[in-house]
Design a protein around this ligand. Structure first.
Ligand code: DX5
Ligand code: ZN
Length: 219
């Protein structure tokens, strides 16, 4: 069985207790911490930036999987790298030159992720796949937690997995948005190996995050 990783999104955590929430996630078996950064411009919502990430790093040794929904993103990459992001994921539409933004992330010795919105085609990234460490497929329109999963994006997951296998590439395939106990298996079967989840992990089963992480992995 392939190893599935869970990257809980702290967007659904208690923001007044973020340090403790991250410790709790680590104890509960999370593989990474998914941090959603929003600018009120690229997406219609605002969240947190580098200073918060820097403070949170002290509370966990897990990989910080930082999803930047900000535009223009290029000039901020270094700030997030310095704050402690381990994976820096950007959207192609948020930079003038995707190749040079990926190069910048890698020069800073971070893993480079690229995220595709539900309407964004994989053609945007096919020529760069050998430079990319992670592809994040959005299964909702980014901006808010708690939205409904869009099953049509699974076709993109399948197509990427095919390219990955055919060309012997190593990038991770992560899926983000509306993941729950009913669709996690569909996402895994399609080829995703990292599942992001906010609402399901923090709100289901009276907030029993350990149980919810285990259930997402086992489905
Ligand atoms: C949406 C974010 C997601 C979101 C996931 O813009 O990128 O990471 O917080 O939350 P749920 O699991 O509630 O859809
Ligand atoms: Zn996200």
């Amino acid at each position: 069985m392939k190893k599935i990783k869970i990257s809980p999104s702290i967007l659904s955590a208690d923001f007044s207790q973020l340090g403790n929430e991250i410790k709790r996630l680590e104890q509960a078996g999370a593989d990474m911490i998914h941090v959603d950064v929003m600018d009120g411009h690229f997406v219609p919502n605002l969240t947190i930036g580098p200073p918060v990430i820097k403070s949170l790093k002290k509370h966990s040794s897990l990989v910080f999987d930082v999803h930047l929904m900000i535009s223009p993103v290029h000039k901020y990459i270094e700030n997030f790298a310095k704050a402690g992001a381990d994976i820096i994921t950007i959207h192609p539409e948020a930079t003038d030159n995707l190749a040079s933004s990926i190069k910048k992330i890698k020069e800073l010795k971070k893993k480079a992720g690229v995220s595709l919105n539900p309407e964004s085609k994989i053609d945007l990234i096919t020529n760069l796949l050998n430079e990319i460490d992670l592809v994040l497929i959005m299964s909702v329109n980014p901006g808010f937690g708690g939205q409904k999963f869009m099953p049509e994006v699974l076709e993109k997951v399948k197509a990427l997995k095919q390219i990955k296998d055919k060309e012997g590439l190593n990038f991770d395939i992560e899926i983000d948005g509306g993941i729950n106990f009913d669709n996690s298996k569909l996402a895994i079967d399609a080829g995703a190996n990292i599942l992001v989840s906010g609402t399901t992990i923090f709100k289901n089963n009276d907030g029993n995050i350990k149980k919810n992480i285990e259930l997402l992995k086992s489905h």
